[in-house]
Design a protein around this ligand. Sequence first.
Ligand SMILES: NC(=O)c1ccc[n+]([C@@H]2O[C@H](COP(=O)([O-])OP(=O)(O)OC[C@H]3O[C@@H](n4cnc5c(N)ncnc54)[C@H](OP(=O)(O)O)[C@@H]3O)[C@@H](O)[C@H]2O)c1
Length: 475
Amino acid sequence: MKMVKMMDKTRTHNYKNNNKMKKTSMDKIRIGLIGLGNVGRGVLTYMLNPLDSSKFGYQVEYVGISNGNKRRDFTTDLNQFNGKNLPMPKLTTNVLEDIINNPEIDVVVDAVGGNAEYDKTSLTYIVGAIENGKHVVTANKNNIARNLSRLTALANKNKVNLRYEGAVCGGIPIIRALNNYFFNDEILKIVGIINGTSNYILTKMHEGKTYEEALGEAQKEGYAEADPTNDVNGTDAASKLAILASLAFKTEIKPENITLIEGIDRIKSYDVFYVKEHLSKFRDQAHIIKSLGIIEKKDNKLELKVIPAFISEQHPLYGTNGAINAITIVGKFSGIYTFKGPGAGSAPTGFALVNDILDIGERIKQGVVANFSSFENTYELLNKMESSGFVRSVSPEHRNGVFGEKTKIFAKHGLDIYQIYNFPGHMTEGDDALLPDIISIERAKEENINAMLKELKSARCNHGEPIYLREDLVF
Ligand SMILES: NC(=O)c1ccc[n+]([C@@H]2O[C@H](COP(=O)([O-])OP(=O)(O)OC[C@H]3O[C@@H](n4cnc5c(N)ncnc54)[C@H](OP(=O)(O)O)[C@@H]3O)[C@@H](O)[C@H]2O)c1
C-alpha cells in the first residue's frame, strides 16, 4: 500500500492551530455523521458506548438528518444511544453548513443511501467533504462502485483518507483483507455470497418454500426491502463485485463492466428440487443453489459475473445459509481463504464504519494519508466465457417427440447433453402447472448456449423462458 506522507503544510498547521485554540482537538477527532438510518444508528450506538471511553478521543459533533419532523420508528432523542455519558452530538438538518463546510469537523461519516435520490445526495456530500479537506468514511456501495478511482484520486489530491469497509458485505473486513493482506499476492479467483437477501430466499427455498413464500418471509424478517428488486436481480451484488474486482486486481471495474448479471428471481422450486434431491443423489454429494458474485483471472483476462449457480458440498461457500455473507479468495501464493459473517445490519455495518473512523484517527495522528490507489492495471474482460450446467425447459404438453425436438436444438448449437431428467409427475408452482425437463450439458461456450436458449425459447417444444444454471467449482 502506498503511504503518502501528508505534505500539506496548511492542514498540518491547522491541526497545530486547533491544538492551540482548543486543547482537545489533536486528541479528539471531530466527527460529523450524516444519516440516522440503520447504519447511522449502528455507528452512533458504538461511538457513544465505546469499549474504553477514557482513551476514546473521538467526538461526534453533529448528526445530520434529512428532515427533523419526520416520524421515525425510533426516537431521535440521541440520549438513547449514550451509554457512557459522553458529550452529546447535535442533531442538524443543515448538513452543508454544520458538517460539510464546517472547519471544526475532521471526519465526515456518510451513512446516507438506500435509493437513487439518496445516493446522489451522498455523493455530493462525499465530494464536498473531500474538497473541504475532510477525511471520509462511507457505506454507500453504489457511489464507491461507480466512482472508486475518481474519489480516491480526489482524496489523494486533497490529502485526506477515504474509507469504505461497510460498503461491501457489511461487517466482513474484506476491504482491509484485500488492501492490506492480499495486496502482494496474485489473486486468481474471488467467489462470494454477497447479497444476504438472495441467500436468505434461496436457503428458505431449499427448506421447501416457493420463491414467493421465501421472499415474503425475508420481508417479514427485515432481510428484504419492501421493493427487493436490486437484491434479487443481482444489481446490488454487481456493485459489491465491482469494488472487490477493482481492489483485488488493481484496476478500474465499474458495475456496468459486469456483462453477465442474473438474479434469483427466475429460480423455481423445481430447480431447487432437482439440485437438492436428484443431482445430489446422482453425484453422491450434496448440492445447493447459491447466488454468487464471481471474478476469475484467466490468461491475464478477467471474467466477472453475478449468477445463481449450483455448488457441491466441497465448495467453501456450501454451508453459508440465511442472510449470512461469505467470500472465498484464491491467491496464487497464499492459497484459499473464506471470510464469513453478517453482510448487513445496523451493528455489524456500523462497526465496520467505526473501524474506518478509528483507522483514520490513527492516520490523522500520524499525519499520513494512506488510500488504496493502485488502479493502473488493465485487463481484457472476457465475454465469450465457457461453463457447464443445466437447462430447465418447461414442456407445454405431453406428446411424443418433445424431447427429440429439444435435443435437436441442443445438437444444432454443438452442445453435448450428458443427462436428461424428467420430474416425477407434475411439479406445480403457482399457475405454472406444466412439466419441466432438466437437460445437463458438458462444458461449452456461452455464446453457443445463448444461441441455443434463444432458439429453444420460441420453439413449440418449450413453454416460457428456459433458464440455464451454471455450476461453480473453486478447486
Ligand atoms: N443497512 C445495511 O445493513 C447496509 C449495509 C451495508 C451498506 N449499507 C449502505 O449504507 C447506506 C445507508 O443505509 P441504511 O440501511 O442505513 O439506509 P436507511 O436506513 O434508509 O437510512 C438512510 C438515511 O439517510 C438519510 N438521509 C437521506 N438523505 C439525507 C440528507 N439529505 N441529509 C441527511 N440524511 C439523509 C435518511 O434520513 P431521514 O431518515 O431523515 O430521511 C436516513 O436516515 C446505504 O448506502 C446502504 O447501501 C447499508
